[in-house]
Design a protein around this ligand. Sequence first.
Ligand SMILES: Nc1nc2c(ncn2[C@@H]2O[C@H](COP(=O)(O)OP(=O)(O)OP(=O)(O)O)[C@@H](O)[C@H]2O)c(=O)[nH]1
Ligand SMILES: [Mg+2]
Length: 276
Amino acid sequence: MTQVQWFPGHMAKAIRLIEDSLKSVDFVIECRDARAPFSTRNPVLAKTVQSKKRLIILTKKDLANPQNLQMWIKKIEEEGHEVMAVDVLNDPIKKELLDKTQILMKDKHDRDRRRGIRSRASRALIVGVPNVGKSTVINQLINRRVAKVENRPGVTQALKLIKVDKTLEIIDTPGVLWPKFETEEMGIKCALVGSIKETGFPLELVSDFAVNYLKKSHGPIILENYRIDGFENFFSKLAQSKGFLSSGGKEDIEKARRTFVSDVQNGVFKEVSWDY
Ligand SMILES: Nc1nc2c(ncn2[C@@H]2O[C@H](COP(=O)(O)OP(=O)(O)OP(=O)(O)O)[C@@H](O)[C@H]2O)c(=O)[nH]1
Ligand SMILES: [Mg+2]
């Protein structure tokens, strides 16, 4: 039994809403976190959306390891999807997204032309795990804050249709996870990119996984960041260094673990990728 699980009622409802609205869309924009393009792909959704053409947007490119990201882009292209990797907060994405839309819609537009029909605006559904940046993508595309954005999972709770321009409409959807992770490691990685609410994962398991994984690739930067001298009794040293002490003067290990996980989620250690 995996210990990492977060599937509140609104997600089951969101999956049903997504399934219903799939009938009325031309293609699907699937956002995945560039740091974990495998673990943040949603196998339940993948099944639901497999009949539709797909554009995969790898978000938070600024936080991922560049070589690892190139490997994933190639892999996803080989699977036959359109893919783009972006830092949604800084890279302009509209032109690339509209170009990719034209590629995905080419067959339909050709068909329309042969029949002498003027093509209507294409309609896409944007889906992905919580907190991956779906609403940020939409806000950037229309240059306004129509979709609510916050750095916590579960912000968007209902579907919302947004007109990007006369050629494209996008439906924003709530982030969804799946009722059961395929492996515990996938769940842990979803937690480490911020897709699972803090109360939805076991802190000890997730923070131990992160420190064991990162000490190999990012050891010096972590130690320097917290001004500590080694990974033995890491969370105890971190608590001391930060002055996290409970009333009796004992180190507050839980607070140290929470701080570490939150720093990892927020990209403090730079270029961290979880899937390989
Ligand atoms: N560093 C970085 N942060 C990003 C990027 N894209 C989005 N964010 C941040 O990620 C957080 C979540 O963004 P949202 O757009 O609310 O994510 P969402 O997928 O709509 O989330 P839900 O509605 O909860 O499913 C916000 O703090 C954004 O500022 C990116 O490319 N790089
Ligand atoms: Mg949202």
